[in-house]
Design a protein around this ligand. Sequence first.
Ligand code: SAM
Length: 206
Amino acid sequence: MIIRENKIYTKNLVPGSNVYGERLIKIDGIEYREWDPYRSKLAAAILKGLKNFKFKNNSSVLYLGASTGTTISHISDICYEAEIYAVEISKRSMLQLVELAKVRKNIIPILADANHPMDYQDIGKIDILYQDIAQPNQIEIFDKNVNMFKPTYAYLCLKTQSIDVSVSPSKILERELLKIPYRPIEIIDLNPYDKHHYFLVFHFYQ
Ligand SMILES: C[S@@+](CC[C@H](N)C(=O)[O-])C[C@H]1O[C@@H](n2cnc3c(N)ncnc32)[C@H](O)[C@@H]1O
């Protein structure tokens, strides 16, 4: 991954093809894909100064709320020697994800409800858990998956509006954090890239 003039690029694992209309550029003869911070919260967090970016070439990732694979495609560029398990509940999104996985062999699509990690427990040990699910019980889903898979690092995109629109985002964050027994090592407000979203990083010391 490289950052140039406030734009992020990942080295394209499948040269010549893009995933969501992103720009392809060549630097020193190598093709890179531009990573859109308005389409990907991980890119937004990086541009907002994320200190704990722990995705490496051999990091295995469990990604909850994969959708059609916008962010996952960049993680697949970065973690090119490991597997990325992509859990998604929507059959329609899954169809596109399956197509993506045909060309990006390190993406393993899983049609499942992240409320039930037992349904995909066979994936075994993972290094990183990443969750981007806009549901009222997103912190409960996160906690269940942390306990089941015991990642070293976990990233949570917390959409406060999905939890309560009548309370301020910072109050919701405070209230939600009381529901889990561990504390984030980093909290990033994704504004202006994404409104009402916090990006939280956890380290579980393994
Ligand atoms: C905001 S989108 C994710 C966007 C994606 N992370 C990206 O950056 O490319 C949230 C996704 O979570 C999925 N979702 C919602 N509830 C879910 C659940 N219980 N289990 C798995 N996926 C879920 C939705 O279908 C939707 O595709």
